[in-house]
Design a protein around this ligand. Sequence first.
Ligand SMILES: [Zn+2]
Length: 359
Amino acid sequence: MKEPLVQVTDHGLFVPAADLYIDPWKPVDRAVITHAHADHARGGSGRYLSAQAGHDVLRVRLGSTARIDTLPWGERIRMGSAHLSLHPAGHILGAAQIRVEVGGEVWVVSGDYKLESDPTCRAFEPVPCHTFISECTFGLPIYRWPTPRAVFGDILTWWAGNAERGRTSILFGYSLGKAQRLLAGIHLELLDQGMEAPGPILVHGAVHRLLPPFHRAGVPLPDVLRANRESARASEGRALVVAPPSAGGTPWIRKFGQVSTGFASGWMRIRGHRRRRGGDRGFVLSDHVDWPGLLTAIRATGAERIGLTHGTTGPAVRFLREEGWDAWNVPTRFEGEAGSEAPDGSDSGEHETEGQEDA
Ligand SMILES: [Zn+2]
């Protein structure tokens, strides 16, 4: 039997032909990074490769001393006996799928991805391959996303209603990716509806420090103010505040007085998660693929072999086998732990509190 092109090791996914790890869990000599979320991009490795579009956010994550090489979308390079290229995953700014080809055999590792439109990043591109290693964070038929336009319409209605009653709207979303998608989506929805914003838009420090790469990438973002005591007071209960989930339930939130809170995540599809979050409103907005999207993406690759990773893979593996695919579970170190969109609301392992981010 032929050796698999991509193998699971105790450092993460490994490509022997290129002597390269994909999103390694521990420091390695050479790593290719699908995207800058903390559970995929870890410090300490000798040399990193990322999509050119993802360089700036990865730099924020890894710091100024990390050695980061970049590749334009679709450009092929040779590493060892493998050809490697990166293709848009539609997850967050610069998120890539990794295509590996050795002797005519092609494997693609999706990283995190979604099929819905997102003005903050290049759309997912299906890449033909023999074996597709796909994320499966929401791999159950109950997970079906509403259209993003409908969700942003709901957010605007919620914000306007709160502003009328003098309650600040606090919208929680992960500081890298989700927060900027919320800002861009709200901005475009206001323009589309020809609607005046109900009040100013404020952002938490953790969101604010990640805006420059999105500005440089030409993402359409609204004018925002850094959320602090002064901007909170001046907004007189009409503001929309975008903040990471970890800011909820901390003293940081007190400066806004009367608030209404909302949480944007794929987990909001499930009532139990909405209750546990304790947010007043849940908005179903995910940067991961939903069930119909997973099947669409798998079919679009033309792959015969499907490895599923992250999340509850069992039901999807069984379903694919019944439909004739050779499918299996690809173990990850993070099964059941906090991921980039964890049900417990943790933000990729980051703790963004007032002391660190908004002193
Ligand atoms: Zn992610």
